[in-house]
Ligand binder design. Structure first.
Ligand code: LER
Ligand code: MN
Length: 270
């Protein structure tokens, strides 16, 4: 099991990024608190100083698990359900930039918010097909670059498509998305899944990353989400990958990071 934490240049009380500011400084703080890995959320992957990041990670024995692409949606409004081909190819080019950088830092790339939203009452099959075909283009490039893409199940208020573990499994298998894995997030699970104890196994062999936050999106253990069932199911399926805290920096990022480390150790190291 590898314990991981989200980093970004900026954060806010309603942004699920714990450590903000200079990435190198944040990586050092993450290591001091006991984390094995970080995930980086940036709108400009090309502006990352790759040599410096790689050197720091190597000397501290820590790794970058994944690069978040959500900023493409929040900053440019581009998403994978767009019927406009120009918008889609612009979006896919931006995702390819993340994949290029991921190849150089040995990380994965996350696709979450950029899934977008279907119009209300739309034909879901049609939009799943638009998404599936766009993801096939991402998959081809990811395979060429030997990078894994994590497809996240998010809640319906953020994206009204791919909301559950089963949705991830279905789209990966139906569209033969090579180099794709699934990302499950306890915050979204709490809203979307009928059964906490089986939603992770619904992703089957594709489960590749897990986000942790409580029902209020504060640090895990601070609220009422049934983490006993969730953590038990992680052990039961024999998942041995990255467990990453993606919660609000409340009461502040360092406290949330420390509280989560206590939570991880209690649930996975005893
Ligand atoms: C968004 O709510 C989320 O969970 C992120 O991981 C999406 O990239
Ligand atoms: Mn998440």
């Amino acid at each position: 099991m590898k314990f991981c934490i989200t980093l970004g240049k900026q954060t806010s009380p309603t942004t699920p990024i714990l450590l903000a500011g200079d990435f190198i400084k944040s990586i050092k703080i993450a290591k001091e608190i006991g984390y094995d890995a970080v995930e980086i959320h940036t709108p400009q992957p090309k502006s990352l100083n790759i040599a410096e990041l790689n050197n720091t990670c190597k000397s501290l024995d820590i790794f970058i698990s994944t690069l978040g692409t959500g900023k493409i949606y929040t900053d440019y409004g581009l998403h994978l359900l767009d019927e406009n081909e120009d918008n889609c190819s612009r979006l896919i080019d931006l995702v390819k930039d993340y994949i290029d950088i991921a190849a150089k830092i040995g990380s994965k790339v996350t696709i979450g918010s950029i899934k977008g939203n279907m119009p209300k009452e739309a034909d879901k099959k049609k939009y799943l097909d638009i998404m599936g075909r766009n993801l096939q283009k991402v998959s081809e490039y990811a395979k060429k670059k030997d990078v894994i893409v994590l497809l996240e199940a998010t809640n319906r208020f953020e994206n009204n498509i791919i909301n559950t573990g089963k949705d991830i499994y279905d789209i990966i298998t139906e569209y033969n998305l090579i180099n794709f894995e699934g990302l499950m997030d306890s915050f979204h699970v709490n809203i979307e899944e009928r059964f906490i104890d089986t939603c992770l196994s619904d992703v089957g062999e594709y489960l590749g990353h897990i986000h942790f936050a409580d029902n209020t999106r504060m640090y895990p253990g601070s609220g009422v989400f049934n983490f006993d069932a969730f953590c038990r199911s992680i052990q039961k399926i024999g998942y041995d990958g990255v467990l990453s805290v993606e919660c609000f920096p409340l009461p502040d990022g360092i406290t949330a990071a420390r509280e989560t480390m206590k939570f991880f150790k209690k649930n996975f190291c005893s």
